[in-house]
Design a protein around this ligand. Structure first.
Ligand SMILES: Nc1ncnc2c1ncn2[C@@H]1O[C@H](COP(=O)(O)OP(=O)(O)OP(=O)(O)O)[C@@H](O)[C@H]1O
Ligand SMILES: [Mg+2]
Length: 498
């Protein structure tokens, strides 16, 4: 018998049908992937199951019997645990309290909270993920996005006295490193062998094929297909998702590099990195590689004027390095940060406001006054290129799906006239179709002479897009390698090389 059936679920926001006719069946003890392009309705579907969003139509059956889920407590009582896509932690309170939020607080004397027990449970939950470096008493807002995600995952594993039968994870690996993802996969395997089911959302094909038993695909809020992962392949899933053939390749460079330099770093040190030395030519794509947290993002921050240069010289377009992000923007340097939802977006503002704001000064200088038409044309052009799915450019960003929010930040960066583009994990959370479009756009920009610096935890992406890769180890540059003749395995071994 199935554990859970959701059938013909529909949900509209005004004229937008987030879900039109979505169904899935989940078996006991299986890991079931839910896939679809950005905006296909995956997160909305999960929110219906979680009792956060009320569906307009459709029914939910639990172990064959009709179930009503009107609020999060109903879902919790049925044994469902959720890791939502947004980092919905409570920033002002501790790690342990965030972990306990899923269930009732342990009390010792009636209403008094038993802090020792709370911290013990939190530590035990984190230990299941192999983590002993996060202190349960830390305020959660002080942790990185990756660590916050681990705390959220731990929260669903914490023993609440109410056994769980279904874990729903909406892009849990999007902000995790490779090692952390592997640990999560081990926990998923344990949950599965204990008889629980997992509903798993991800845009990463390889991990879906590796850990999932079956996959269901949605397109435009509708059910398309359910298949066993053993009976399908990546190409077929991509066809179900997009309705077209998307090339799973990296577009080739079609021009020769110019001799002119965009950027020149000589033995640069900041508080967090040492010994950065490289030349970046016009049109060149330089990768920054290394194990997790080896200093990749810190290199970006130095180039963007977010970190003071303590030693060495850094010149961009012949001028001294920017002192702050504002002068960086003015000098034609754009940055797509890794943690886009946190650092990159004003969620209550519209797409237009988010994309045009940093360019206002530039536009008004060029045109004398800000020309609304040209703002809109520019934004629309980039929005089309990245296949932004939105009702209008005036739509507030909180209404967009996770992946589409990422695309807004990307659109803002490439909307300017650029000398240097800094991309920190640019395709994280972005669907396969849009990934290829982003790669094509990067090639277009470099053909116009823009230099690009790119980090990615996806090794094929680094190799496919970069001319050379600068390798960081513990905040120090170790070497620069040519990507020609290098495969992922060879690249990885350079990350460990002393
Ligand atoms: N509160 C809302 N108001 C208006 N539209 C919304 C709202 N929430 C979601 N939508 C729309 O519903 C559609 C489905 O969004 P959803 O977040 O479910 O997509 P998704 O499949 O999770 O995408 P992603 O892979 O990018 O996370 C999108 O077009 C989105 O803009
Ligand atoms: Mg989503």
């Amino acid at each position: 018998m199935t554990l859970l059936d959701l059938t013909h679920i529909a949900k509209s926001y005004g004229r937008t049908a987030a879900l039109a006719d979505a169904s899935i069946d989940i078996l006991p003890g299986e890991v079931h992937a839910l896939m679809g392009e950005n905006g296909a309705g995956k997160s909305t579907f999960i929110k219906v199951l979680a009792g956060i969003v009320k569906s307009d139509r459709g029914e939910i059956r639990f172990q064959g019997k009709l179930a009503t889920i009107d609020n999060p407590q109903d879902a919790f009582d049925l044994g469902f645990r959720f890791i939502h896509q947004e980092l919905n932690v409570v920033p002002q309170i501790s790690v342990a309290e965030n972990i306990a939020i899923g269930g009732p607080y342990p009390t010792r004397f009636g209403a008094m909270v038993n802090w020792r027990e709370l911290n013990r449970r939190a530590r035990a939950a984190l230990a299941r993920l192999g983590i002993d470096t996060i202190d349960p008493r830390t305020k959660i807002s002080r942790l990185s996005a990756g660590d916050q995600m681990l705390v959220k995952i731990a929260g669903t594993l914490s023993d609440t006295g109410n056994p769980a039968c279904l874990f729903v994870m909406d892009e849990p690996t999007a902000s995790l490193t490779g090692e952390e993802s592997e640990r999560l996969f081990k926990v998923i395997a344990e949950l599965k062998s204990a008889g629980a089911s997992v509903l798993y959302v991800s845009h990463r094909m390889d991990e879906v094929m590796q850990i999932c038993d079956r996959v269901t695909v949605f397109r435009d809020g509708r059910f398309v297909e359910t298949k066993r992962t053993n009976d399908t392949d990546k190409d077929e899933i991509i066809r179900f998702m997009t309705g077209r053939d998307v090339k799973d390749v990296y577009p080739e460079r079609t021009f020769d590099l110019e001799e002119h330099l965009v950027c020149r770093a000589q033995d640069v040190s900041t508080r967090r990195i040492r010994g950065l030395s490289f030349n970046l030519r016009k049109g060149e794509v330089l990768g920054i590689g290394g194990l997790s947290n080896a200093g990749q993002s810190e290199v970006m921050q130095a180039l963007m004027g977010l970190d003071r240069i303590l030693e060495g010289t850094l010149k961009i377009s012949g001028k001294a390095a920017p002192q702050n992000p504002a002068t960086a923007w003015e000098g034609g340097i754009a940055y797509v940060p890794r943690e886009r939802r946190r650092e990159g977006l004003m969620l209550t503002r519209s797409i237009l406001q988010n994309t045009v704001l940093p360019h206002l000064r530039h536009l008004s200088r060029l045109l004398g006054v800000v020309n609304r038409r040209s703002e809109r044309d520019m934004t629309q052009r980039v929005a089309d290129i990245v296949r932004l799915k939105a009702d209008s450019l005036k739509q507030p960003c909180y209404q967009l799906s996770g992946g589409n929010q990422q695309k807004v930040v990307f659109a803002r960066a490439v909307g300017a006239s650029l000398n240097l583009l800094l991309l920190d994990e640019p395709t994280r959370g972005v669907d396969v179709g849009a990934k290829f479009d982003i790669y094509t756009l990067v090639r277009e920009l470099s053909a116009r002479g823009c230099g690009v610096v790119l980090t990615s935890s996806d090794l094929p992406e680094l190799l496919g897009m970069c001319d050379r890769i600068l390798i960081m180890q513990d905040g120090r540059q170790t070497e620069i390698v040519e990507t020609r003749d290098l495969d992922p395995h060879g690249l990885l071994s350079r990350f460990y090389a002393a």
